[in-house]
Structure formats: structure tokens, C-alpha cells
Design a protein around this ligand. Structure first.
Ligand code: V0D
Length: 249
């Protein structure tokens, strides 16, 4: 996209309602690599460049929260060499980008069952969480070893424990209390979910939280997903009418 065209999109976007929280499933890295005759690893590396570009674009627009689906509970089924490679990426990414994220005043967060990550991966992620926890800008939230059903089951286990311990009465259980037991307890629900690479599914991502989320799909693979796609998704979002089950205001 030309600089002029991008400036135009940015102006349109700034005149409309900016989604507070945009979630993205970073899908299609392996298929992009295969299409180009490259190893899958090259696809994941290229996907990391897209991640950088989209974070910087989201920061310019003033989005408050970005959630990126980086590794699902199902991804352990991939070949072990690929899993091992993926687990080196948080450290590589943070070594390179933590300074620029600090400059942007970004708060890094992570959701998922982090304790099952390899020690080195966990150490890199924890270091980023610690380093950015007093920042006050955009939240960049990584879903790592995350599964929406697992998150819900985890919440049920915690709530049941509180009931069994006599700390909580059955009639105190409502939607707000349930949401307060999810990994996302301190994050608003996503306004917009973007899924690249042609799959038209939620695939166990943020199941509870996407109840009213606008969905935006594209055939473009994640490594080819550029600022222009992101800006287009936001412009399309701004044209939609959100009713949350009610009627037009
Ligand atoms: C591979 C495309 C950054 C998607 C992006 C372990 C697939 C590159 C992170 C990252 C991955 C995670 C946590 C954090 C900082 C960075 C990442 C994984 C895969 C899965 F605190 N990229 N990235 N994590 N890919």
C-alpha cells in the first residue's frame, strides 16, 4: 500500500470507534512456507516479523489491548522438532524487541497454562512480564499453551474449590464471578477477532470471551498479513453495527 493510501486509512480509522481489544490467531505460517518451498521454521520466523509490524501499527492507532494466539494446547501434537523450535521464539523475540516495547510503554501479559512450558521459555516470558508490569500503555497479551475449554474447566475447578471450602455460596455464582476466574480477568472481552489463512473457525481460542466479538477472516497467510490488512479489518469493524442482542439504539 502506498504511504498516501495508508495515511488515508489511518485518518478514516481515527475518525471512528477504535476497538479496545483486538485478538488475532496467527495462522498459516507453515502453509506459507510450503507454498514457497521453504521449511516450516522459515514460516514461523516470517510470522514473527508480521507480529512486530502489527504491534507497531496497533500502537499507532491507540488500541488498548492486543491478544495473539501463539501456541495452543493442541500444538503439542506437532513434530517434536517443531515444538522445540517454537519454544525458542519467545526468548528470541523478547531479546530483540523488549527495548522497543519498553519505549512504547507496552505491558506484556500471557494467558494459558504457562507452568507446562519449557523452563527457558518460561524464564524469558516471566522476565518480560516483570520488566513491563509497571508500564501503563497498550497491553500485548500472548496466549501460550492456551485452550479455551481448558481455561473454562480451570475456572470451574477454582469456583468449585471455593464452594467446597465454604468461601462461596452457590447463588453467588453468576457471569461476572465466572469471568473473574478466567485468565483474562483483568482484560476486557475482544471487540474484534482476526483469523488469517482461510480457516473459518474459533479453534478453542477465547471461547467465553468472544460471545459478542466481531469476527474478521481473510485468506491471506499470517506472514503475508500486513498493516493494510489490519487497517482494513478495523475499517470493516467500524462499519458494522454492534447490538449485543439488543435492538438498534
Ligand atoms: C510462531 C507467528 C512471538 C506465530 C509468530 C511459543 C507462530 C512467531 C512469541 C512470543 C511465535 C510469545 C510470548 C512472549 C513473547 C513473544 C511467540 C510462540 C510462537 C509460541 F512473551 N512469536 N511467537 N511464541 N511465533
Amino acid at each position: 500500500m502506498s504511504k498516501g493510501k495508508e495515511e488515508e486509512s489511518l485518518n478514516i480509522i481515527r475518525g471512528g470507534e477504535i476497538p479496545s481489544h483486538v485478538a488475532i490467531i496467527m495462522d498459516g505460517n507453515g502453509r506459507w512456507a510450503r507454498k514457497r518451498g521453504l521449511p516450516r521454521i522459515a514460516g514461523h520466523k516470517a510470522g514473527m516479523d508480521t507480529l512486530r509490524e502489527i504491534i507497531s501499527c496497533a500502537h499507532e492507532i491507540g488500541i488498548k489491548v492486543m491478544t495473539f494466539f501463539a501456541f495452543s494446547t493442541e500444538n503439542w501434537k506437532r513434530p517434536s522438532w517443531e515444538v522445540r523450535f517454537l519454544m525458542t521464539l519467545p526468548e528470541e523475540y523478547l531479546q530483540k524487541d523488549l527495548p522497543s516495547l519498553m519505549e512504547k510503554n507496552v505491558v506484556i501479559k500471557a494467558i494459558g497454562d504457562l507452568n507446562r512450558l519449557p523452563k527457558r521459555t518460561l524464564r524469558a516470558v516471566n522476565h518480560a512480564l516483570q520488566s513491563t508490569k509497571n508500564n501503563t500503555g497498550m497491553i500485548v497479551n500472548f496466549a501460550l499453551n492456551y485452550g479455551g475449554r481448558a481455561e473454562i474447566v480451570d475456572a470451574v475447578r477454582h469456583i468449585a474449590g471455593e464452594v467446597a471450602g465454604g468461601e462461596l455460596a452457590l447463588d453467588e455464582i453468576n457471569e461476572q464471578l465466572f469471568a473473574d476466574h478466567l485468565y483474562t480477568r483483568d482484560i476486557p472481552d475482544p471487540d474484534l477477532l482476526i483469523r488469517p489463512s482461510g480457516e473459518l473457525r474459533i479453534s478453542n481460542f477465547l471461547l467465553w470471551q468472544t460471545a459478542y466479538t466481531e469476527l474478521w477472516f481473510t485468506e491471506t497467510f499470517w506472514p503475508e498479513f500486513k498493516r493494510e490488512h489490519f487497517l482494513q479489518a478495523i475499517m470493516d469493524y467500524q462499519k458494522r453495527e454492534r447490538r449485543f442482542g439488543g435492538i438498534k439504539k
